[in-house]
Design a protein around this ligand. Structure first.
Ligand SMILES: [Zn+2]
Length: 313
């Protein structure tokens, strides 16, 4: 049980760890929340800010809570992920702001997807971590901790976030979306691959629901029918949109992994397509997908990478 009202799906051991840090006066001056996208890292960071800034430990009601929710609280500075690099000017401005303005309570800096920082920006931040301004708490979230400077990591306390279990997610969605059909909620859980942020998007946006459902169905069809022309034609639309490629690879990984766990029995309808493979074959395929994800971040031609995957099963 947690003491504060986090209103977060899953991550209970991490929330308890943070509460212990608060209660024992053992908060680190810098945290890294690492783990896959859309699993609640930023929500936990923001809720931690509420808990520390609100006089009643996140009452949901006071001026401070309201300002933090609206992103206008002067002592809670958020760098939301806008898909752009985070340059040194923004971090230098932050540095001036933190050292020059005194504060009664905490100054909390949340940097979403901290791997967006340029090397110069990260080095500037490092100076702050080496000599932290008083009463300042940094929370860096990252989808890929290997892209952060080792020196930034070594000066922070890292919490590793995992995807949520189906039960955790379904229980939460059942309370949040009481007017929705149970089958719809189960489908959102299944398609989200344990990522609450994705489940919310799917339930809020019918187009997203359709897109995820389509990918699930299409990937199954590729496995079921070894039609290389169809597979390559499909890539035509996909390669134009890096966001879609990411979702495609996630669902692809999920289905291959699920099949491998099931021991290649081929009894599940959504993975029966992989029934003729062996564990070694799945592992090789999964390795290839992981390598492709890394290569995509390094701007290797996405069509070549996806074609290579499509030829591999
Ligand atoms: Zn409050």
């Amino acid at each position: 049980m947690t003491r504060y009202r986090w209103h977060i799906v899953g991550h209970l051991p991490l929330l308890e760890r943070l509460e212990k840090d608060i209660e024992t006066d053992g908060l680190s001056h810098s945290y890294i929340f690492a783990g896959p996208p859309q699993i609640g890292k930023h929500s936990v960071a923001l809720t931690l800010a509420h808990i520390l800034q609100c006089e009643q430990g996140y009452c949901y009601d006071c001026t401070t809570c309201s300002q933090i929710s609206k992103g206008i609280h002067s002592e809670t500075i958020e760098f939301r992920d806008d898909g752009e690099e985070l340059g040194i000017d923004a971090i230098r401005d932050l540095l001036n702001r933190l050292y020059l303005t005194p504060s009664a309570r905490y100054k909390i800096v949340i940097i979403e997807r901290a791997e967006r920082m340029t090397t110069a920006a990260a080095n500037c931040l490092l100076k702050m971590l080496e000599e932290p301004p008083p009463q300042t708490l940094f929370i860096l979230t990252t989808d890929n901790i290997r892209e952060l400077l080792p020196t930034v990591i070594s000066r922070s306390r890292t919490l590793h976030f995992q995807t949520c279990s189906n039960t955790e997610l379904l229980d939460f969605l059942s309370l949040e979306y009481m007017d929705r059909e149970p089958r719809t909620l189960e489908l959102a859980c299944e398609l989200s691959l344990g990522r609450p942020g994705v489940a919310f998007k799917i339930l809020e946006d019918p187009d997203m629901m359709e897109f995820y459902t389509m990918l699930y169905r299409d990937i199954n069809r590729f496995f079921a029918f070894n039609n290389i022309f169809e597979r390559f034609a499909y890539l035509q639309d996909l390669v134009e949109d890096s966001h879609k490629i990411g979702i495609f690879l996630d669902i692809f990984t999920h289905l291959a992994r699920k099949k491998m766990i099931e021991g290649g029995s081929g009894t599940q309808s959504d993975t029966s397509c992989l029934g003729t493979g062996t564990d070694a074959r799945y592992l090789a395929l999964l390795d290839k997908i992981v390598a492709s994800k890394t290569a995509l971040r390094q701007h290797v031609n996405p069509r070549l990478l996806l074609e290579n995957i499509m030829l591999s099963f």
